[in-house]
Design a protein around this ligand. Structure first.
Ligand code: UDP
Ligand code: MG
Length: 257
């Protein structure tokens, strides 16, 4: 029996959580030969998310949960979830059903039959989202891919299954400002990409404002490229050199006249 852990970052997902649990249970219930465990991570929710987790854990022995003292952000929730897992395979998935659980069997096949270490989902259309947001997202991917050595795939989402070796490699990274999309790529490993069409949220709302996304994008850029640093160095050197030349010119002028 292979064990698979399902890591779910949850922030204010009271409206979605039961539906999510039911849907995923349905999907994984049909997969023989694997034992699944849910690791629900409550990222300091202010709604009923935690009490729903407690209820689910009572009802379903496969459900475990972690609760944060405050909202630390999705990256921290994913990290804590991964750290708690012990299974042979781990899949990270959003609680809002925007990541179709129907892809889980395909992910299992990629790793256990086709010899990949990890299988990740890629959203191929951004239909439904605000236009300006998808424009910024595309610009971000172009920018970060041009500047950094790790490749960050456009449309890649944090819906990914990994084997234990990859999970351990990720957990070894002591990054504080985590940018998982970059980390998944940076650790290497043989990756299979599977595509899916954008799905709208059924209930609840997105936790990302434009500004929080922009901040996240900047943390991704500073974590995976030294270009901004090099740029600052070049600017600094240019200014110092010009100041020095100017000083010399002024000195000589003074001496001559
Ligand atoms: N999430 C989280 N902490 C946060 C924000 C979001 O754990 O501070 C979770 C959220 O509950 C969901 C996933 O991360 O399961 C993705 O969030 P969301 O659906 O808001 O993002 P979007 O799909 O709009 O990119
Ligand atoms: Mg979502």
């Amino acid at each position: 029996m292979r064990t698979v852990d399902i890591v779910v970052p949850c922030y204010n997902e009271a409206e979605m959580l039961e539906m999510f649990h039911e849907k995923v249970s349905q999907v994984v219930g049909k997969i023989p030969g694997y034992e699944f465990t849910f690791y629900l991570v409550d990222d300091g929710s202010r709604d009923e998310t935690l009490s729903i987790m407690e209820r689910l854990a009572e009802k379903d022995k496969r459900v475990k949960y972690i609760s944060f003292s405050r909202n630390f952000g999705k990256e921290s929730a994913m990290y804590a979830g991964l750290k708690a897992t012990t299974g042979d395979l781990v899949v990270i998935i959003d609680a809002d059903l925007q990541h179709p659980p129907e892809l889980i069997p395909e992910m299992l096949k990629a790793i256990d039959e086709e010899g990949y270490d990890t299988c990740s989902a890629r959203r191929v259309s951004r239909e439904g989202g605000p236009k300006i947001r998808s424009w910024f997202a595309r610009a971000f991917y172009r920018l970060i891919n041009r500047m950094s050595e790790v490749e960050i795939v456009d449309g890649a989402v944090d819906f990914r299954m990994m084997n234990r070796a990859m999970v351990d490699a990720i957990l070894e990274l002591p990054e504080v400002q985590r940018f998982s999309k970059g980390i998944f790529s940076w650790v290497g490993f043989k990756t299979k990409w599977i595509e899916f069409k954008n799905i709208e949220r059924i209930a609840g709302e997105t936790k990302w404002s434009f500004w929080s996304l922009l901040k996240y994008a900047i943390s991704g850029i500073t974590a995976f490229t030294t270009v901004p640093l090099r740029l600052a160095t070049v600017c600094g050197v240019t200014i110092s050199v010009s100041a020095f030349i100017y000083l010399m010119i002024e000195l000589i002028k003074n001496l001559v006249t």
